[in-house]
Write a protein that binds this ligand. Structure first.
Ligand code: GLC
Length: 719
């Protein structure tokens, strides 16, 4: 412990220490305006004796507001301990990047790192010290609205992206004033609610948790994330926020996390609703015992303020430990040296400050868009073609996605406007609403489109339909929009669908009706321009799907890295050929678009692949020399992907697991040699005793450009 922290702790009363453990929204402070991201407890004010002892604030930002609140607080706080300001800066602050699912689709950790670095720089200027990001919850069920906040269904991709995000937000130590502290969330397994219903029960074996869900949190912690946020859900039968096994045994002891643990909004009070505590006081004690340092908006720790004199020595010791961790975080962030660290009103208002950030946001969007169909090379379009841009998403700036509270939808360029700048002539009309359709509107759109060379249908869902608390039971494109596509199809012109979405949707009909389909996600502040650049061919599409797009809802959850079963269905085997295999009677098992899938405009082939040695020891690397050839007349980009499979394991093994990937450009009419290095340690699996280790035995490595079409080689791991 530093001298500064130990001296402060020695001077603090128990009430003051407890105060550090409390987090409030900005509206508890003079004129603070806060982003409200959860239910507000109306009795809250009564439970607080004073705001001048609390340790941190959430949801306020803006240099002027932060300065004013901090000044007033310090004038009234006995020991002059500065407040920490925290907020959800998830995929950008002022400059909005694609949603995290889109950043995952870039399959390029440098894109994530850059996005997080810029988000950090902008939010530090606005007075923030901590972001509630990255969200690294593994997701497999598109009914859950928060899949948009994750980088997808694969634990390796998520781990790589989690590390990149932490690095981007926090920078390298020592701390400078362009970075803030990252809070990895939601610990743990929040991304697996039953039936995709928000806040529902999560239940899985600890073996599965460790195999698939834990690695990304662990990667973020290895990257030195300073905070961890607990999740709302239960795991192993106990809510995460009071789960000692999760928060003490796994997080603190096993993963070696020494930072601050914060709850999600009101999660301590919600323990009462979970029925695992008697009342708010019991909830506070159980959360504290589990090692929760900060109570976000539950006022459970505030209850302690009144009871401080009666607290037992064991409880006082826990309060001391938590207060110490919070003070240490403040010290590391440089708040004792400068409580106004990094905040800068002039930068905040300076268009120059964000100009380059917008360039990066556009690049990120260009890397994240996924072309999933391109029949007879409909795309790229010639800039001389006349375009009709039709659909409910054509003229809107609602392209930022959830968790972009400082982004401005009103001033965000629409897809139609971006296409105007790129193509010679364009006409545009909505054709229908997101969920509404009338004959007159569609006829008007058809009339406009009848003179165009090509129709771009901008379809999908508004941002309000993905994000927190937006679970849905039907992941189809609304019937009204399918009706619009059918009407447009009657014009017999090339039809390109651009799909704006925060989750995988059922796109079978869109696929059939369209000549080309581009998944746009919510692409951010410069997303429309990125879409225009992909459609015109100025930029090569290079995003790949970080989540499987199912064929129908009944297949959900559908993910590529399923385990072997006792009655497998062989690839290519026709449905109905055998009865007693793992299948549906009314549907194929296969998705519409698999994980890792996406097309480019050029044609890159895997023309050679050799293994340096097919017999490896535990400390070795699996090395492959791969040759890619691009015969096409344009430079092209792809994502080379390597998966492995352990043929015989102590526990059942996935059919394939991503272990390596790289985005590469292959110039026109040329070949590129790439060396793949996979440390044998990365082949580790979780055993029955929950240990994680590599087994000796036979393995396969599979290489290709998506998770389904792969070239296979065998190798062995020896003692
Ligand atoms: C929420 C979210 C969490 C967020 C927090 C603070 O309800 O679940 O992700 O960080 O509130 O805004």
């Amino acid at each position: 412990m530093s001298n500064l922290v130990s001296e402060l702790l020695a001077k603090m009363t128990t009430e003051e220490k407890i105060g550090q453990l409390i987090q409030l929204t900005g509206d508890f402070f003079q004129d603070g305006k806060a982003a409200i991201t959860g239910p507000i407890n109306e009795l809250a004010h009564l439970k607080l004796q004073t705001v001048y002892s609390v340790g941190s604030v959430l949801g306020v930002s803006g240099a002027a507001d932060v300065r004013r609140i901090q000044e007033n607080y310090l004038a009234n706080n006995r020991l002059k301990i500065p407040l920490l300001f925290m907020a959800d800066v998830v995929h950008g602050y002022q400059t909005i990047f694609p949603i995290p699912l889109g950043l995952g689709a870039s399959f390029d950790p440098t894109v994530m790192e850059t996005a997080s670095g810029i988000a950090a720089k902008e939010s530090v200027a606005a007075g923030l010290h901590v972001t509630f990001a990255p969200m690294v919850d593994l997701v497999r069920d598109p009914r859950w609205g928060r899949v948009m906040e994750s980088t997808g269904e694969d634990s390796y991709l998520n781990s790589v992206m989690a590390q990149a995000a932490v690095k981007g937000f926090q920078g390298d130590s020592p701390w400078d004033e362009k970075h803030l502290a990252a809070s990895v969330k939601h610990f743990a397994a929040y991304g697996a609610p039953e039936a995709g219903r928000e806040y529902n029960t999560v239940d899985m074996s600890e073996w599965r948790f460790r195999e698939q869900y834990l690695p990304a949190y662990s990667a973020a912690i290895n990257a030195q994330a300073m905070l961890v946020m607990t999740s709302f859900n239960t795991l192993f039968g106990v809510p995460a926020t009071q789960n000692q096994h999760l928060l003490r045994d796994i997080l603190r002891d096993e993963l070696g996390f020494h930072g601050v643990v914060i709850t999600d909004w009101n999660a301590i009070e919600e323990l009462v609703h979970h029925g695992t505590v008697r009342d708010l006081k019991d909830a506070a004690q159980k959360a504290l015992a589990a090692g929760v340092d900060i109570d976000m908006m539950a006022f459970a720790y505030a209850e302690f303020l009144n009871k401080a004199v009666e607290l037992e020595p064991g409880v006082l010791k826990l309060i001391d430990e938590s207060a110490q961790r919070i003070l240490e975080l403040k010290e590391t962030m440089g708040l004792f040296a400068d409580p106004y660290r990094g905040l800068d009103e002039s930068k905040e208002k300076d268009p120059e400050f964000i100009r380059d950030n917008l360039v990066q946001a556009q690049k990120a969007a260009e890397e994240s868009l996924v072309l999933v169909k391109n029949h007879r090379r409909t795309l790229p379009l010639s800039q001389r073609q006349n375009l009709a841009v039709i659909g409910p998403v054509a003229q809107t700036g609602d392209l930022l996605g959830s968790w972009s509270w400082k982004g401005d939808v009103e001033t965000t360029q629409s897809i139609a406007d971006a296409l105007v700048d790129t193509f010679s002539e364009i006409v545009t009309a909505p054709g229908c609403g997101y969920h509404s359709f009338n004959k007159q509107q569609v006829e008007q759109a058809k009339l406009l489109a009848s003179d165009a060379d090509v129709i771009v249908a901008a379809i999908g869902l508004p941002s309000s339909e993905s994000g927190e608390a937006t679970s849905i039971t039907d992941i189809s494109i609304p019937a009204e929009q399918i009706a619009l596509l059918k009407e447009l199809k009657t014009l017999n012109k090339p039809l390109i669908s651009v799909v704006i979405t925060g989750r995988p949707l059922l796109l079978k009909e869109v696929h059939t009706l369209s000549d080309a389909v581009l998944i746009g996600w919510f692409p951010g502040s410069k997303g429309a321009q990125a879409i225009a650049n992909i459609l015109s061919g100025k930029v090569e599409p290079s995003g790949r799907l970080p989540m499987t797009f199912p064929l129908n809802l009944g297949q959900v959850p559908l993910y590529y890295n399923a385990y072997s079963t006792g009655r497998p269905i062989e690839v290519g085997q026709k449905n109905g050929e055998y009865k007693y295999v793992t299948k549906y009677v009314d549907s194929s098992n296969e998705p519409l678009y698999p994980f890792g899938f996406g097309l480019g405009y050029g044609k890159i082939l895997l023309t050679d692949m050799t293994m340096v040695s097919n017999s490896l020891k535990m400390n070795d690397q699996l090395i492959l020399d791969v040759t890619l050839t691009n015969d096409s007349p344009r430079d092209s980009k792809t994502v080379l992907q390597c998966y492995t499979h352990q043929k015989v394991g102590e526990t059942v093994r996935p059919l394939k697991e991503l272990k390596w990937f790289k985005k590469v450009t292959v110039e026109k009419q040329s070949s590129l040699k790439i060396q793949v290095n996979i440390p044998v340690a990365r082949l580790a699996s979780v055993h029955q005793d929950l240990s994680t280790k590599v087994d000796v035995g036979d393995y396969q490595v599979m290489v290709g450009f998506d998770s389904m079409n792969l070239k296979v080689l065998d190798f062995k791991v020896k003692e």
